[in-house]
Design a binder for this molecule. Sequence first.
Ligand code: SF4
Length: 387
Amino acid sequence: MPAEPARDEPGRDVPPSVLRTIADNLHVLEDRSGRSERVVAELLIETGRRPDEICALRYHCLRQDAQGKYVLVYDNSKANRPERRLPIADATAQLVRGQQEHVRATYPSTSLEQVALFPRDYRNRDGKRPLTAVNFGDAHRKFIDLIADQLCDADGSPYPAREVVPYSYRHSYAQRHADAGTAPDVLRDLMDHRSINTTMGYYRVSEKRTRGAIDMVATHQFDGQARPVLGAVGGLLSHEHARLRVGQVAVPFGTCTEPSNVKAGGHACPFKYTCVGCGHFRSDASYLPELKAYLQQLLADRERLLAADELQDWARRKVIPADEEITQLRGLIRRIEADLQDLTDADRATIEDAVAVVRAARATVSLGMPQVRPAATRKRDTDAVDD
Ligand code: SF4
């Protein structure tokens, strides 16, 4: 017997730009094939269930839990697990409600226990026979072919229509959750996977994309004097990539490559964190908001300290931000902004997407060296836990 196809493989999701185009054109599917096909497509996108699971939904598939929130009750046909419950948004529940009304109006004499939520159109006078995944797949293929020339990747390049199949929406649903930081055990439950290894694959895709985004933004990195630092990250070997990534640590508006500070996880700057004037400092477009906020803070501090009568001149000179720092910071911000302006529209859009990914990941990704704490500290912590 040939092995079952591993359809839950990650990495086969549809890019968000393509998904948006499909969502905007669902009326084409409805005009061509019918209302049920449109609602099936919407539910596939919203719930990430398999096509046969959505097509086979019964009329009473919508329930409310103890808190009054909606759940979709479906049968996991692949793993033979009936009556699975998936939490869904109110808007998704309204889609199901609308379809229920449509079915009730179309088959008024069939009992609601027997009528399908998506009855097929032919040889189905009482509405008990559901649309099949094959029927829906045919309608979906023709719909996607009709809008094929509108499907574009994030960088504007055409996206192959043949890669958009009903199952793609399940991959996209899982990838959206993994990218948004949903915990693996929660995503495993949402996807109803038998093995956590299948679920973890989506996180590996997230990590790979984040790494790609970090590398892309790093090609537009500058030092404190606004000089480009790294022109060709793409040409580095994999171990050089790893060295680059562990050989830096995050500072508030960029990264630091000073070895002793990196080793100490960013807690041992030998130069009192005067980063803008330090040769070990790097920054890029993903830090623009922080750089601008720091500039505003320096300007405000300077005004406040100049107006402080209670300070003697020597004390004021000691604490007031240096003009050189402000000028250099302004230059760095202008250089990063000019670098973005010099790009083509497509390249700028790519960098902006990469910046969004890097900023989203920054809250959880540490670029520093993992630290081993002194034995005494570890022992104290262990004792506290044992207590
Ligand atoms: S001042 Fe230099 S060494 Fe210190 S944290 Fe900033 S970049 Fe690193």
